[in-house]
Design a protein around this ligand. Sequence first.
Ligand code: NAP
Length: 267
Amino acid sequence: MTREIRGRLEGRVAIVTGASRGIGRAIAQVFGREGAKVVVNYRRERRKAEEVVEEIRGFGGEALPFQADVGDPGAVEEMVEESVEAFGGVDILVNNAGVSMGGGPLLEFNEEEYDPMWRVNVKGVLHCTRAVAPHMMERRYGKVVNIASIAGLGTALLPGNMLYASTKAAVIILTKRLALELGQYGINVNAVAPGLIRTEMGMGYQRAAEQAQRLRYFEEKSILRRIGEPEEVANVALFLASDEASFITGQVITVDGGRIDFITHSL
Ligand code: NAP
């Protein structure tokens, strides 16, 4: 087998949550290509997670699929323990798993939609980070990369995403507070805030008219006049997970093609 690994993460062990498709899949692939041993976490789609693992092994890398619901602290602990056992430690955690369950205007607020979204998007970040932290603290090395959203920065002001936005705003403040708490142990915590990205979630509006309107909104608001690809987020996650970003912590990097509304706001 030809070994094509290039090595920006050579020798590192990374857990990528929600890596069976979309942005998480692209992150797992690029990490594997750069030499990391990758735990490809998923919740439901085992076949797809196995495909990602096969791709990584195909270019000479090491990877394992691992089923765990990030909202379940016991399952997360087990995933981390087994990752440590299989690969000897955990150096990098990407908290990517997320769900977007709609939620309309205030008067339609509905806990049945909100609670599961909070459980995965916010508590998932806490469960996973808490489970890896002792291992990283012991070795005085760790990189945590959270996948937030520009919605959490107060833009992407679409009807129907207010509640999702609030979970991503929570991820942003957790990024800063966890960076503050863990920095003394040599652990960097940063976030990527993507704009609209071509994934199942990004393209997932059921009604074609709504989807078209959403696409138009994002294309018009982006300086580059387009939506993004999963690899464009993965490349930034790679940078933040690598030692090239060794003096960066508590930061949120937007990957959204540049927002026209941010520029006008600052003038
Ligand atoms: P996606 O295509 O829907 O993929 C979501 C992934 O998360 C899948 O692998 C899914 O696994 C996994 N997942 C969902 N719930 C989980 C849970 N409880 N435990 C473990 N894994 C779980 O989403 P995406 O667009 O790639 O989004 C990835 C992240 O980027 C999310 O945090 C999202 O909020 C954020 N984001 C996305 C966009 C966008 O436009 N796409 C923009 C900004 C931010 P299974 O399928 O195996 O269940």
